[in-house]
Write a protein that binds this ligand. Structure first.
Ligand SMILES: [Mg+2]
Length: 254
């Protein structure tokens, strides 16, 4: 089917929208094929690098290159490296993000850091919590890659996310100003729009979480289409849904 006039790019969530665990969801392969270079994947993943996820996507016939994958963890480190080059960073994160940070020229250290960057760390410990809380109390700034506290597991269980670690840290420090990178904050969507070279009204967000994908999109004036669990994603349905959302909006204005 043809692309409706006005929609020039798609910012698509990964977990629960295109993939579940390591499997492609129904319709995802065809959708990625149809949209080609108009796709940017925008994910609150704060554990992997775009290269790692590109390989994972490629393995299930979703050929999206790393350059078109925007992730909360690596974007947090890109931001710190741009705004505070060569700063001392305490990094609570995966081994992959540690390597990524060093490649950006950041000095990763637990000794009197300027900034604490909190991402998804499956090796999170009491000792790390102690060090990070006291670094912040001593004046280090806090950057939280992803605000999500959990994500759904395959068996309906919950999987702890970076937001749960942030809650533990903030329970120790008390309320402190901190910067949040992941959705629904605007940074990942703005980066995606810039990569596509389009304005917010020319894009569409497709996601499975109204509180992150939907809220983030609406704050920026990007249209949002909700992917329901178990639904086959087709371009036709996506644009029907978008039409329905617009009609509701038009009725409300009338
Ligand atoms: Mg999702």
């Amino acid at each position: 089917m043809s692309i409706p006039i006005g929609c020039r790019g798609y910012l698509i969530d990964l977990d629960g929208t295109l993939m579940s665990g390591r499997m492609a969801l129904p319709g995802a392969v065809q959708l990625v094929e149809q949209l080609g270079e108009r796709i940017i994947i925008v994910s609150n993943d704060a554990e992997h690098t775009p290269d790692q996820l590109a390989a994972r996507l490629h393995a299930v016939r979703l050929p999206v290159p790393a350059e078109r994958i925007v992730l909360a963890g690596t974007t947090a480190l890109d931001l710190v490296a741009t705004e505070h080059p060569r700063s001392k960073v305490m990094l609570i994160a995966s081994a992959a993000l540690h390597r990524y940070a060093r490649n950006l020229g950041l000095c990763v250290t637990d000794e009197r850091p300027d900034i604490v960057v909190l991402a998804r760390d499956r090796g999170f410990t009491y000792a790390k919590l102690t060090r990070a809380a006291n670094a912040i109390r001593a004046g280090a700034r806090l950057v939280v890659a992803n605000p999500d506290r959990t994500h759904p597991g395959r068996a309906g269980d919950v999987v702890p996310e970076t937001g749960a670690l942030a809650a533990a840290l903030l329970a120790c420090t008390g309320p402190v100003p901190h910067r949040i990178i992941g959705k629904p904050e605007p940074m990942l969507f703005l980066k995606g729009l810039a990569l596509l070279g389009i304005a917010p009204h020319e894009g569409m967000v497709i996601g499975d979480n109204p509180e992150t994908d939907g809220l983030g999109a609406s704050r920026l004036g990007i249209s949002y289409v909700h992917a329901l669990p178990g639904e086959t994603l087709s371009l036709e349905d996506i644009h029907k849904k978008q039409g329905a959302v617009q009609n509701i909006g038009e009725r409300a204005i009338a």
